[in-house]
Write a protein that binds this ligand. Structure first.
Ligand code: PLP
Length: 402
């Protein structure tokens, strides 16, 4: 894949020190530009929340927050972390399995919206809301009976339109609606609309279709239950194409579709994670060994999927670029190949520790460097860092903002 000169230069500099690699680098200026473009593609009035779980790095959060209306957090831990990293940011508190302590923390923190996942959770919100002395504003997370995005690609995850632990199907939504209108909850909770997040890995055409179906359902539901000026969170799940790393989600097309779908008096909101931060992150490492096994060439690199679990989690090859390493100083032959396809594995004692398969290389030798791209989302923070106790990567930031 194409490698920015700034990332290449940093990798080369870090490689001078044995302990300099593996490392993560986040290009914050690239992130700022990308997030600004997403914001600009959305119609005025459509709110952009960033799903913190994609990458909660504080510098990443501060950079994204410049273009976002708020941050979506899915645990009490993310809530505290995001509030500390970006003081004053509007927060939406979601996620399954909220505890009483988590709900109380969210109410105390004055979150903008609480996304309620079940009637039971709604009832549990009553006590902290009463203690707060002001109404808590909630969205019901809906699992509507939409035809749903078709799982057309291998790596699409379905979370709605089908049996799921997330949100409420029409029956549960009905129960929750009765509950929130009751004497107990009506004084302390305010229903503002519906929240959905139905699938991940949707291209713009699929996202448009999902938005239309969610709005068809949501408008009828909110009208029936008398929700004034309803809000609809349409979710995240905008695709990142790991096979074609230069491709981008069609934000302009999606933005036009949202403009056409929107109606006065309503608020639309999206909450992407992956498609916001994936592109700004790189995982840089060095080749430790190259060998051929039963006809297949393997390169073993420092680190592995305990630092970058994305390819193991999603079953893809992480896109990468090879950088020639420093001159070979060791007093032994340098293993390497030229004009071959190489499987790049890490240092873990498991055959699952593969970062990329069948990567065509003009030349790859021990001591060369590999930069894995699209490593800015669901990468370091979803990885099993302590497996085998190899040293952790260092973290570097290019072009810190402000
Ligand atoms: C994970 C998640 C998102 C973000 O999904 P991406 O695929 O990263 O865009 C948004 N909303 C909810 C509720 C989520 O769980």
């Amino acid at each position: 894949m194409r490698l920015p000169a700034s990332v290449r230069d940093l990798a080369t500099e870090l490689a001078r020190d044995e302990a300099g690699l593996p490392a993560y680098v986040y290009d914050l200026a690239a992130l700022d530009t990308h997030a600004g473009r997403i914001r600009a593609a959305l119609p005025a009035g459509t709110e952009l929340y960033y799903a913190v779980k994609a990458n909660p790095d504080p510098d990443v959060l501060r950079t994204v927050a410049r273009s976002a209306d708020g941050l979506e957090v899915s645990s009490a831990g993310e809530l505290a972390h995001a509030a500390a990293a970006v003081p004053g940011a509007a927060l939406a508190f979601g996620g399954p399995g909220k505890t009483a302590a988590g709900l109380a923390a969210a109410v105390r923190a004055g979150v903008h919206r609480v996304h309620v996942e079940s009637p039971h959770e709604l009832a549990a919100l009553a006590a902290p809301a009463r203690a707060a002395g002001r109404p808590v504003e909630v969205l019901f997370r809906a699992n509507p009976p939409v035809a749903g995005p078709e799982a057309t690609t291998r790596d699409m995850l379905l979370m709605g339109g089908t049996p799921s632990p997330f949100g409420m199907d029409p029956g549960l939504l009905e129960q929750a609606a009765q509950l929130i209108k009751g004497d107990d909850l009506a004084p302390v909770l305010r229903l503002r609309g519906l929240h959905t997040h139905l699938a991940s890995g949707q291209d713009a055409a699929q996202s448009r279709r999902t938005a239309r179906e969610v709005l068809d359902f949501g408008r009828r539901w909110c009208a029936r239950h008398g929700v004034p000026g309803p809000e609809f969170t349409l979710g995240g799940g905008m695709a990142v194409d790991y096979e074609r790393p230069e491709e981008r989600f069609d934000w302009a097309g999606y933005g036009h579709a949202l403009a056409a779908l929107s109606r006065p008096g309503e608020t639309l909101r999206i909450e992407p994670g992956r498609a916001v931060t994936a592109y700004c992150g790189w995982y840089l490492t060095r080749v430790l060994d190259v060998k051929t096994s039963h006809g297949r060439v393997f390169a073993v690199v420092a680190g592995g999927t305990h630092h970058l679990r994305t390819p193991a989690a999603k079953g893809h090859s992480q896109p990468c670029a090879v950088i020639p390493g420093p001159a070979w100083a060791a007093d032994r032959p340098r293993p390497g190949v030229a004009g071959e396809r190489v499987t790049i594995a890490g240092q873990l004692c498991t055959p699952r520790d593969v970062l990329a398969r069948d990567v065509p290389v003009t030349r790859l030798r021990a001591g060369d460097l590999v930069a894995f791209g699209l490593a800015g989302a669901y990468a370091w923070n979803i990885s099993h860092h302590d497996f085998l106790l190899h040293p952790p990567p260092a973290f570097h930031y290019l072009n810190r903002i402000g």
